[in-house]
Design a protein around this ligand. Structure first.
Ligand code: AMP
Length: 414
């Protein structure tokens, strides 16, 4: 499935292309059609699953389709950081749409407050707000909610933990009863159910269960240039004695190339890929299981099928596109409560992907220093990579973003 299957506005698809999004994540695949059909939704999903785009994309599609422009959507998030992140994603996707958004949160100075107030008076399509600050703006009478079509509560469990229950109800009182309500939460304790019962109508429910890597896996990563990857494998495999090593690469071509090059380096390695006959594949796998072959190279297909005891090292030659694949890949080691090491090579283009994996597993994977003879690698700056448009600072930080000149005007509407 691709994003083209949702019959989105072509300009929204352009924004997705620019952000480097091609394949929807599971929550996006499931939630987007539900939201497009205007149903209320409960999404049980945590950060890293792509939940933001799951609701932002259908909402933006709806905003561009509507003839009259007015405040269309209110997104409520627990913290300033999350509100800013959501706003940055909205801006990336809305790049070619001429849709305007603003993040409203506390903690700024008087100038920030005035800026938020002015932007709302000028008219925006979408606001992303923390509850306290939104209530303060409501008290000023600056926001007209009459035409709001969508309300999103993001990280609802966290908002309740932070004591925002009453604030949320207070905000909802301002909104039209005809709105569509979308509630996202990483967990579903009874208090979230109670809130959902109170504010959603016959919601559709989506639950994205996240598998977590086993505790016994030591996860590490190297930030490298492509040219350094094979030398690094050579170094790692000669530096320490491993019995059984699995190496994953994302494409068949890379698997084949690695196969040739590692054999040339004198390593006891073989590959499995779809160009081999079934018997050849079985033979290679048998050798690997019997420990005659110490290094097996394959694609993600291998990560789901293979069940071999005693794999003590998994190397991700590149970062898998899907975070779930990362969990499957590294789960090939440290099976049955043993221990194992999983090492991922991250080139410049894969940094954002790896960052997404780190958000999904809820922790940062240590980046090791490259061996001296390999020279220096790139620095790890996943938020600033060029494989997605720069989102810059939030507009109410007072700093200008660096959008290319093609960007449509985002002046407040008269
Ligand atoms: P979220 O769970 O919404 O916080 O998203 C986590 C990260 O995944 C963000 O950096 C998104 O930009 C990224 N992301 C979300 N959906 C996709 C997708 N379909 N393809 C690539 N990256 C994505």
């Amino acid at each position: 499935m691709t994003f083209h299957d949702f019959s989105f506005n072509p300009r929204l698809l352009d924004g997705l292309d620019a952000m480097g999004f091609s394949k929807p994540t599971p929550i996006q695949e499931q939630a987007i059609p539900v939201i497009l059909s205007k149903k209320d939704l409960i999404g049980c999903a945590q950060t890293g699953t792509g939940k933001t785009a799951a609701y932002v994309l259908p909402i933006l599609n709806n905003i561009v389709a509507s003839e009259k422009r007015h405040l269309n959507t209110v997104i409520i998030a627990p913290t300033r950081e999350l509100a800013q992140q959501i706003d940055q994603q909205v801006e990336g996707f809305a790049y070619f749409l001429g849709v305007s958004s603003i993040a409203i949160y506390g903690g700024g100075d008087g100038a920030t407050w005035d800026q938020q107030k002015r932007a709302m008076e000028g008219g925006v399509d979408l606001i992303i707000a923390t509850p306290g600050r939104l209530i303060a703006q409501i008290a000023m009478g600056t926001i007209k909610f009459d035409h709001v079509e969508h309300l999103v509560l993001d990280e609802a469990d966290r908002m309740l933990d932070m004591g925002f229950y009453e604030d949320i109800l207070r905000i909802i009182k301002e909104l039209p009863a005809t709105r569509q309500t979308l509630l996202f939460s990483a967990t579903m304790p009874p208090k979230i159910r109670a809130l959902a019962n109170r504010i959603l109508k016959n919601p559709f429910e989506i639950n994205i269960a996240i598998s977590k890597p086993a505790e016994g896996i030591l996860q590490q990563a190297y930030v490298v240039y492509n040219e350094q990857k094979e030398k690094l494998i050579d170094f790692l495999l000669k530096e320490k004695q491993y019995n059984s090593v699995l190496i994953f690469a994302s494409t068949k071509e890379n698997v084949k190339k690695l196969d040739r090059n590692l054999q040339r380096l004198g390593l006891n390695a073989k590959a499995i890929h779809s160009d081999l006959e079934q018997v050849e594949r079985e033979n290679v796998l048998r050798e690997f299981k019997n420990k005659k072959l110490s290094i097996l190279i394959g694609t993600d297909v291998l990560s789901r099928g293979i069940d071999v005891e005693g794999i003590d090292l998994v190397i991700n030659f590149d970062v898998p596109p899907d975070p779930e694949d990362y969990i499957h890949r590294i789960g090939r080691t440290a099976r049955a409560a043993t221990t194992g090491t999983a090492i991922t090579f991250i080139n410049q283009l894969d940094q954002r992907k790896f960052f997404r994996i780190e958000s999904l597993i809820g922790r940062e994977v240590p980046k090791l220093v490259l061996p001296e003879e390999l020279g220096e690698g790139p620095t790890y700056t996943p938020e600033a990579k060029s494989n997605a448009p720069k989102t810059g600072h939030s507009k109410n930080s007072g700093k200008r973003k660096q959008w290319p000149s093609k960007r449509p005007d985002r002046k407040p509407r008269p």
